[in-house]
Design a protein around this ligand. Structure first.
Ligand SMILES: Cc1cc2nc3c(=O)[nH]c(=O)nc-3n(C[C@H](O)[C@H](O)[C@H](O)COP(=O)(O)O)c2cc1C
Length: 183
């Protein structure tokens, strides 16, 4: 798929066919997603896949702050990726250092997770898999449900699956509204 089309044609998909995504396909998506850039190439993003319907139900019950929109999406989801990152590394000069080197301190680790997230979603789209990022989540509950390692924190959920029906494009600001040239 041509890259610019791929970027423009990705959608947040919230309705899925009653078919699980094969684990080999998920491995291929992560194989591509790991090429996302990261602070110091520390590669702190991690992907925990949930394709057990009882565990997805537990995430829906305790992991999305009772946000009905997300509960409805999870009702027909056949898979959820818990995107997490290893804490305390990005933003430092080396992994052993104690000090963050910019005024953004540890914000860079969330930035890295965002880059990993979009790279994952684009790779999934290229493989014919729809995704929807979920930020309205309870990261502590989700950590418990999927037994996340202590050194990681949840950045977002990515619901994934084979898209059911059409998803209309969401509007975008014009280039003029978001772009300027400095003096
Ligand atoms: C950080 C982040 C958090 C989001 N959280 C949610 C969410 O909790 N639930 C949801 O249905 N969509 C969520 N979305 C999807 C956005 O609503 C969606 O990307 C936006 O409306 C643009 O639509 P598009 O992705 O189809 O282009 C989130 C997106 C991002 C980037």
């Amino acid at each position: 798929m041509e890259a610019i089309n791929m970027i423009k044609e990705r959608r947040s998909v919230r309705k899925f066919k009653d078919v699980k995504v094969e684990r080999e396909v998920l491995q291929e998506i992560v194989e591509a997603a790991r090429y996302a850039p990261s602070w110091g190439n520390f590669q702190i993003a991690r992907y925990t896949f949930v394709d057990n319907l009882d565990t997805i139900k537990a995430i829906s019950n305790d992991g999305v702050n009772d946000f009905v929109y997300n509960i409805n999406t999870l009702k027909n989801a056949k898979g959820v990726a818990v995107l997490s990152f290893v804490k305390g590394k990005s933003g430092k000069l080396d992994v052993e250092s104690d000090d963050y080197v910019t005024s953004k301190s540890n914000v860079w680790e969330v930035f890295d997770a965002g880059l990993a997230c979009q790279t994952f979603c684009l790779a999934a789209h290229a493989k014919g898999i729809g995704t929807c990022i979920m930020g309205i989540i309870n990261d502590k509950s989700i950590s418990k449900i999927v037994d996340l390692p202590e050194e990681e924190t949840v950045a977002a959920l990515i619901v994934y699956g084979y898209q059911e029906g059409e998803v209309p494009a969401t509007p975008r600001k014009s280039v003029d509204e978001i772009m300027r040239f400095a003096k």
